[in-house]
Design a binder for this molecule. Structure first.
Ligand code: ZN
Length: 201
């Protein structure tokens, strides 16, 4: 694993501040942080970070998460690189879609990933409705699981309420009324923006 030597025993401590997106697909895009529009602070340093993130984010049904964890040997260094690459491609797609450019190359790639994920998944009953359940025994399983989250988001009314933070690159579903939410989190970007506005007066 590329990064395990840098952080042999430390895993990212996911907290409430990591889940401000309002949807697991957006929270997944927000596993990179920054203070500008740079996407430089990687939080998925090792597979354990992803496993812990998925549990906290509610990405998978509990039974599916357990099955994924039973086959942790499928999660290798190349797969982690692939998952991060998928995340950055999906980021470009959501950036395009929310800017009114829904027909770009990035969206084409995301559409292919979603179609492939569905092709490897089972359509099965879960808590009174039917959902796509990703195959936990392929090397693509985490990309599939996240791609299915995007499929869910992009078919929902929430898509029209997806906004990007005015300061960093995090996305969130704006469920508020009125002027609308400008920041991913008032505790971080909102406060920093206020301080900067005060300083610039
Ligand atoms: Zn922000």
């Amino acid at each position: 694993m590329v990064t395990s030597t840098e952080h042999p025993s430390h895993e990212h401590p996911w907290g409430d501040a990591d889940f401000v997106g309002g949807h697991p697909a957006l929270d997944f895009l927000n596993t990179v942080a920054d203070k500008g529009k740079t996407r430089v602070e990687e939080k998925l340093m090792q597979w354990r970070d992803m496993h812990a993130w998925a549990a906290a984010a509610g990405l998978l049904a509990p039974g599916d998460l357990k099955r994924f964890r039973q086959h942790a040997g499928l999660d290798g260094a190349d797969e982690l690189i692939g998952l991060r690459r998928f995340r950055e491609d999906a980021y470009e797609a959501i950036l395009d879609v929310t800017s009114g450019r829904g027909d770009g190359r990035a969206m084409d790639s995301l559409a292919v990933a979603i179609r492939d994920a569905i092709g490897r998944s089972t359509f099965a009953a879960f808590e009174g409705r039917f959902v796509w359940r990703p195959d936990g025994q392929t090397a693509w399983r985490w990309v599939d699981a996240v791609a299915l989250a995007f499929e869910h988001l992009m078919r929902s009314d929430d898509l029209g309420r997806v906004r990007q933070c005015g300061r960093c690159t995090w996305f969130f579903v704006d469920r508020g009324r009125g002027a609308g939410r400008r920041w991913c989190d008032m505790r971080t970007c909102g406060n920093r923006a206020k301080v900067e506005a005060f300083r610039d007066r």
